[in-house]
Design a protein around this ligand. Structure first.
Ligand code: URA
Length: 302
């Protein structure tokens, strides 16, 4: 039989009837600041699997983290890196209209590069960002009502787009990229990419409803997939939800279906990428390790 822990109690059984909290490494202290010892989690995942990379250098300054010119040329598919070096030394390459012949030159994401007079389209250079989305920002490339969009707060001169959606008032982790293939796969239900949300409700979540949510609830577009619900030890109005699908307004609709209103929604993790160390509105480029990790998650060779 399942038993449930109230705030502060030590419980041995989770919703799914699996391990006790104390043995579980993926405790929600990643998400809840206090009461580390009394947290219940249904997940067996190790905290080390979540990538928390320190922003370096500080976020808003690094939209133009330099990349080697020969890599940009090679990545565009024109030629190999070695041949790109030859093109550079032969004077065939211009950066912002000026011939560059120095090997090892680095360029920024928004520099204009041409080879033998042919511009390398920006979109051939793949860029990857994580932003800690603030409230009142529309996650869209353009808003017909002219409200502030995510692109208005990111000073990146490459055409990037959001990987999926967050509601206007949802905060937290959002990936932005110009890599359509990666984005498409991360959002595709078949890859079961995890999204972790911190949810503040208007009233305490009953254990019965939490168990129902974990099993799946019937919404107008079908039954939701099984997910995990973890109580905040300080208040049963606050939970962490770990979902493996990303339907529109999914979290809000799940709770609304059971008679709750979501007061605050903050995405803590998407595809193991967190916004730790980022203030709201700050962003950083993903590290090569993170990008390769994401590609590996969805079976893209790199
Ligand atoms: N679920 C929601 O309801 N809203 C979001 O922004 C994300 C997930």
């Amino acid at each position: 039989m399942k038993t449930f822990k109230k705030s502060g109690e030590k419980s041995k059984t989770s919703f799914s009837g699996k391990t006790s909290v104390s043995k579980n490494k993926f405790t929600s202290d990643k998400f809840f600041k206090k009461d580390k010892n009394s947290i219940k989690s249904t997940s067996r995942r190790k905290s080390s699997e979540i990538i928390h990379t320190k922003p370096k250098p500080s976020v808003s300054k690094l939209e133009n983290r330099p990349i080697r010119l020969n890599k940009v040329i090679a990545d565009s598919g024109i030629t190999s890196r070695r041949n790109a070096d030859e093109l550079i030394t032969s004077g065939a390459v211009k950066v912002n209209g000026r011939v560059v012949t120095t090997l090892g030159t680095k360029v920024n994401v928004d520099d204009r590069i041409s080879v033998n007079g042919n511009p390398i389209p920006e979109n051939d250079r793949k860029v990857y960002f994580v932003i800690n989305k603030p409230k009142d920002i529309i996650v869209s490339v353009k808003d017909e009502r002219d409200r502030k969009t995510i692109l208005d707060i990111m000073k990146v001169n490459t055409r990037i787009f959001p990987v999926g959606r967050l509601d206007r008032n949802t905060t937290g982790v959002l990936l932005m990229t110009n890599d359509g293939e990666l984005s498409h796969r991360l959002l595709h239900p078949s890859y079961q990419i995890e999204r972790t949300y911190s949810v503040l409700l208007d009233k305490e979540l009953t254990h019965k409803d939490a168990a129902q949510i974990e099993k799946g609830v019937e919404l107008e577009d079908g039954k939701t997939s099984p997910c995990k619900v973890i109580y905040d030890p300080r208040s049963n109005k606050k939970v962490i939800m770990i979902l493996k699908e990303g339907r529109n307004h999914e979290v809000k609709r799940i709770f609304m279906h059971l008679g709750y209103n979501v007061r605050q929604l903050d995405r803590k993790v998407f595809a193991d990428i967190s916004a730790m160390h980022l203030q709201r509105g700050e962003y950083r480029q993903l590290t090569k390790k993170e990008v390769n990790y994401l590609k590996k998650l969805v079976g893209i060779e790199f």
